[in-house]
Structures are given as structure tokens and as C-alpha cells.
Design a protein around this ligand. Structure first.
Ligand code: G6P
Length: 474
């Protein structure tokens, strides 16, 4: 089914069918849905060590089919292809949307405006590899000849949250710990002087490298913080020290130069990268390579590229990003649940929720269609979250008491870190068991995770034990 660009999606048949279908779903109970083995087995998808189990969504296989019809009406597949082909999907700015090119293999061909952008991407990645190695092995030194062992990355929004998330996830990873030995990476985002004070406390300008990260190089908070740290360096070491102690990441190399940073020490990215999707550009790769070494960050890029390929080629029934997107639309625009809780049972994923908050809430939740027509329905969810164990002793109470909030439980099968009390189960297994036990009223018994060979599991129970109709647990 085709949709004229000015037609609102809510005027299409698939949308109307889903609207009518809400009634059917309201008559069902998750306990009964969970008794349907065929349904539950069909609602598990695995890719590259990630298992998505969405059997606890308030949805049937019929709901899914209707959502796939909606995706067809919205021409999702066609849009994915157009995006990867570098078409100007960003119609308001008339630009390509090509963050996928940032992690494409060296020999890939991805065109934007008739030019293959992959060689440029790799030129910058090679430059980062070279620069970060020189800083890390002491070939590049500060103004007084000392090795630069600490990095302060200044940036806000997309120039902050993605890199912070990955940094937090790597901090306890065994190989990354080795790469980071003797080094510190800090992030300065807030214009509040307290954030400046916190970030320079304990650092010596002589051994500190400042990375100013800003797509536009005009963001008020970032520029003020950049001037503040420029002053911190030059008042301690003299103005000529800035060249050795400050580098930049930006699409606006002219403004970088005007600020006083040598353009040779600027790491470019491109206007076809949305700020919130820029973690795989120099925005994330430079500070993270300085801290952990390029080879570790390259693994992160490879992982992202692998999910890109999955998103591009997997049929929608097996496509994890597409399924999660469609279920969000179902929950928000049809079932009327405004929020989504992101609940990783892993402290390493502590900063996932703030990152997703920007990626999701700055992208979705629009009041108008792409053609500027006001929308008569709600879009986009309110994302929030914390590591699950901590959330259990905080905001879960409200959820237990009957407010329906779709929850994404993220379990990790093998923790980055061993437990210290010998003879106990691995801590993530404990958490997973807890999750299984709280779902016991509705769950068919999941296979023990040790047997699945899966690295991570993402569950998306819409109401699970949360719904009062289940009788509640607490
Ligand atoms: O990277 P910058 O140009 O400094 O922008 C930082 C942030 O600025 C604004 O808030 C935009 O809405 C964000 O998407 C962006 O990430």
C-alpha cells in the first residue's frame, strides 16, 4: 500500500485496523496470552548474541501482522533503503542521514550527493588512530614535555551523552581496563561552574588534553566551557600551550580555527550526521580512543555496523530495531501508554537511559507530520530508566501500584566482572532469576540462560507483574 506524502498515517487502513484492534486486546489478559506457546515462541528474535523476547507485550500475532501492514503503509522498508542510499531523508535541512556510514567497513560504498563518503570517514578514523597512539605512547607531549594522560571532553547533548554511555560501559570491561591504565577521561557538559570545578579537580594542566566536541562549534554552553578551560591551560602554561593541549571535533573547521585550535588538530565529521547519532564519529571515537586505544573502539564500531546490516536486511518479523519501533508505536499511539522504562540489570549500562532519552525523544514525539500537518495522536514515548536493581528500590513502587509503564528489561548473561563471594551464582544470573521470579505469574518458564548461549537478553513486557490486574506483588 502506498501513501501520498501529504496523507497522515492515521488516515490509512492499517492504522484504522489497529485502532479497532485495541478493543480485542483490551479483552485479553497477558496470563492467557502467555499460555499460547506458539505465540510466545514466535515473539523471540535473536541476532548476534542479542535475544529480544517481546512475548510480554500486550500484543498477539495478529497485532504484529497489523503493525507490519502499518510499516508498509508508512513505507518503512523503502525509507531504510533510501537512508542507506544517502538520499536527503532529512527534509527540513535537506541532508542525507548517514550515521551508518561512520561505522561502515573500509571497502563499503555509501554515497551522499554522488560522492562515496566512506574514504573520508576512514581518513578521519586513521587520523584518530595515529593521534591517539601518539598521545598514548608519549610521542605527542604537552607544552612542558610531559605525557598527556588525562582527557577532558567538553560537549553537550549528542556531543556528550553517547560517548559518556560508551565510556561508562567500557570502564569495567577487562580489556578496556588494561587500555585505560593510568589514564582518566572526564566529560564536561554543564555550563554550571560546579561542573567545571568537578572536572578539573585533581587534574594538572601540564598532563591534560582538552577535546572540544561540538558539531556546530556554536553551542553556548560548550563554547563557554571551552573558553574556561583554554584560560585554565593558558594561565598555567602560557597561551602557546593551547596548541598542545586543546584539540577539537566538529563539522565547522572554520570556527575551530577562529577559536585558536590548529586545524591540523581538528577531527572532522559531516553535516549528514545528526548530533544525537554522532557517537560513532570522531565525537565518540576520539575521546574513547585516547582513553582505551583505537583497537577497542574499533570493536564498538564493528558491533554497530553489524546491527546496521541486520536493520537493513532482516525481514521485519526478525528485525530487532524495527520490532522495537513498531511496539513503541503500538504502546504509545494505540494503547496510550506515554512512557517507557529502560531497565538494564547491569551497572555498566548505567548511562544507557540518558543516551536513549536523547536519541529517542529528540527524534520522535513530534506534534506535526513530516509535512508540517498537526497530528491528532500522540507520538514518541517518555523514556526514563536506571539500572533495574536500583530502580526496584525507588520508582518501581509506582509501577507496582498499577500505573502501566512498558518496561524494557535488559539482562546480561555474563558480567564483565566476577563476583567476590565464591560459590554464589554470577550476579547477573541472580538478577535474571529475580526477573523470572517476578514474572512467574505470567511466564512460561524460560530456558535457563546458561543453556541459551545468548550474551544479552532484552525483554519488553508491557505490563508484566506491573499491572494491578495481575493481583500485584507488593
Ligand atoms: O554538537 P553541538 O553542535 O554542540 O550540539 C549539541 C546539541 O545541541 C542541541 O541541543 C541539539 O538539539 C542537539 O541535538 C545537539 O546534540
Amino acid at each position: 500500500m502506498k501513501m501520498a506524502s501529504s496523507t497522515l498515517i492515521c488516515d490509512t487502513e492499517p492504522w484504522k485496523e489497529l485502532r479497532a484492534h485495541v478493543e480485542d486486546i483490551n479483552k485479553t489478559h497477558l496470563r492467557d496470552l502467555m499460555n499460547d506457546t506458539n505465540r510466545c515462541q514466535s515473539m523471540m528474535v535473536e541476532f548476534d548474541g542479542i535475544l529480544l523476547d517481546y512475548s510480554r507485550q500486550r500484543a498477539t500475532l495478529d497485532t504484529l501482522n497489523k503493525l507490519f501492514n502499518l510499516a508498509e503503509a508508512a513505507r518503512v522498508k523503502e525509507k531504510i533503503v533510501r537512508m542507506f542510499n544517502g538520499e536527503h531523508m532529512n527534509s527540513t535541512e535537506n541532508r542525507s542521514v548517514l550515521h551508518v556510514a561512520l561505522r561502515a567497513p573500509r571497502d563499503a560504498v555509501i554515497n551522499s550527493d554522488g560522492k562515496n563518503v566512506v574514504p573520508e570517514v576512514w581518513q578521519v578514523l586513521d587520523k584518530i588512530r595515529d593521534f591517539s597512539e601518539r598521545v598514548r605512547n608519549g610521542a605527542w607531549v604537552g607544552a612542558t614535555g610531559k605525557t598527556l594522560k588525562d582527557v577532558v571532553a567538553i560537549g553537550i547533548g549528542g556531543s556528550f551523552l553517547g560517548p559518556l554511555f560508551v565510556h561508562t560501559a567500557l570502564q569495567t570491561e577487562v580489556e578496556a581496563i588494561e587500555g585505560a591504565r593510568g589514564r582518566q577521561l572526564r566529560f564536561l557538559a554543564n555550563v554550571d561552574p560546579i561542573d567545571v570545578a568537578r572536572n578539573i579537580t585533581g587534574l594538572n594542566p601540564e598532563t591534560t588534553l582538552v577535546v572540544v566536541v561540538s558539531k556546530t562549534f556554536t553551542t553556548a554552553e560548550t563554547m563557554l566551557n571551552a573558553r574556561t578551560l583554554r584560560e585554565w591551560i593558558s594561565s598555567a602554561l602560557g597561551p602557546q600551550a593551547v596548541a598542545k593541549h586543546m584539540v577539537a571535533v566538529s563539522t565547522n573547521l572554520k570556527l575551530v580555527e577562529q577559536f585558536g585550535i590548529d586545524p591540523n588538530n581538528a577531527f572532522a565529521f559531516w553535516d549528514w550526521v545528526g548530533g544525537r547519532y554522532s557517537v560513532c564519529s570522531a565525537v565518540g571515537v576520539l575521546p574513547l580512543s585516547l582513553q582505551y586505544g583505537f583497537s577497542i573502539v574499533e570493536k564498538f564500531l564493528k558491533g554497530a555496523s553489524s546491527v546496521d546490516q541486520h536493520f537493513y536486511s532482516a525481514p521485519f518479523e526478525k528485525n530487532i530495531p524495527v520490532l522495537l519501533g513498531l511496539l513503541s508505536v503500538w504502546n504509545v499511539s494505540f494503547l496510550g501508554y506515554p512512557a517507557r522504562a529502560i531497565l538494564p540489570y547491569s551497572q555498566a549500562l548505567e548511562k544507557l537511559a540518558p543516551h536513549i532519552q536523547q536519541v529517542s525523544m529528540e527524534s520522535n514525539g513530534k506534534a506535526v507530520s513530516i509535512d508540517g500537518v498537526p497530528l491528532p495522536y500522540e507520538t514518541g514515548e517518555i523514556d526514563f530508566g536506571e539500572p533495574g536493581t536500583n530502580g526496584q528500590h525507588s520508582f518501581y513502587q509506582l509501577i507496582h501500584q498499577g500505573r502501566v509503564i512498558p518496561c524494557d528489561f535488559i539482562g546480561v548473561v555474563k558480567s564483565q566482572q566476577p563476583i567476590y563471594l565464591k560459590g554464589k551464582l554470577d550476579i547477573d544470573v541472580e538478577n535474571w532469576r529475580f526477573e523470572i521470579s517476578i514474572l512467574k505469574d505470567v511466564a512460561t518458564t524460560p530456558k535457563p540462560i546458561q543453556e541459551t548461549g545468548i550474551k544479552a537478553r532484552l525483554k519488553t513486557p508491557t505490563y508484566s507483574y506491573i499491572d494491578n490486574r495481575m493481583g500485584g506483588r507488593r
